[in-house]
Write a protein that binds this ligand. Structure first.
Ligand SMILES: Nc1ncnc2c1ncn2[C@@H]1O[C@H](COP(=O)(O)OP(=O)(O)O)[C@@H](O)[C@H]1O
Ligand SMILES: [Mg+2]
Length: 249
């Protein structure tokens, strides 16, 4: 269980907090989509959860333990339990699909050396299985730079899966993709989520996707939670509260 208790984040020199007294709890099995206009605090919230962004006030509590109070090693351990996918993929373009997927294991390894000899046969077999699962079994040896956006994000998902994560975090993972491809990535995420009973928290721009896939929607505006409910409850009035005038633009 992930809990945010009275969490506020103030960036240095910023006039207003990026997050203002957030109180939320996320359980396994929940597929949460976070909506909100640009600047609402979505990325900041995701980063507090995987301990990339320290909180200024309040606590992020993982399975009863305050993340900030843990030794750095434990915080890193937590980070390796969270699979993260990004809008711009954050892959290594000149490496192959398979090599990129195997980098998902670096969080669990002691040191970064070279690829040769670092990964066990078992790990390579697992990478192949995951490749198959995300539909890239033909692409193992292809350099990532040659792939389409949708294929790159499949590699992103596969790399996260390699970590055997308990939590999937996505910071607008489909914002650079066309609507059909975006949907297919959400289908993949949703399948993986159900299969592994993950906690999935995804920042998303597209309300239709949130409605189609989320079990719970959070609306952020100016660093505050202004909606927390089921996708069915997300009516036009709520959407206007979340997005304000931006929705009509
Ligand atoms: N590193 C930073 N330093 C200063 N201000 C930041 C930084 N990152 C984000 N902000 C500010 O914090 C607020 C929330 O940003 P962010 O979490 O990126 O929102 P979103 O992901 O919803 O667009 C914005 O006002 C943004 O300008
Ligand atoms: Mg953002």
């Amino acid at each position: 269980m992930i809990e945010l208790k009275n969490v506020s984040v103030f960036y240095p020199k910023a006039k207003d907090p990026a997050l203002k007294n957030i109180n939320l709890a996320f359980k396994s099995g929940e597929f949460i989509c976070v909506l909100g206009p640009s600047g609402a605090g979505k990325s900041t919230m995701i980063r507090t959860i995987n301990a990339l962004q320290p909180v200024t006030e309040g606590q992020v509590i993982i399975d009863g333990k305050d993340l900030a109070a843990l030794p750095e090693l434990k915080r890193r351990e937590w980070r390796s339990r969270t699979g993260m996918i990004f809008q711009h993929f954050h892959l290594i373009p000149r490496l192959t699909v398979e090599q990129n997927i195997l980098t998902g294991l670096f969080g669990k390894k002691k040191a970064f050396t070279t690829f040769a000899g670092v990964f066990s046969q078992e790990e390579k077999v697992k990478a192949k299985e995951i490749l198959y699962h995300v539909g890239l079994e033909q692409m193992a040896d292809r350099r990532v730079e040659w792939l389409s956006g949708g294929q790159k994000q499949r590699v992103g998902v596969a790399r996260a899966l390699m970590q055997e994560p308990e939590v999937f975090l996505g910071d607008e993972p489909v914002a650079s993709l066309d609507p059909g491809t975006a949907r297919s990535i959400f289908q993949l995420l949703s399948g993986v989520h159900d299969q592994n009973n993950l906690t999935t928290i995804i920042n998303v721009h597209d309300v239709t996707l949130a409605k189609a896939f989320a079990t719970r929607v959070i609306g952020l505006s100016h660093g505050e939670v202004i909606f927390d409910g089921s996708p069915e409850e997300l009516d036009p009035m709520n959407l206007e509260t979340i997005y304000g005038k931006a929705l009509q633009a």
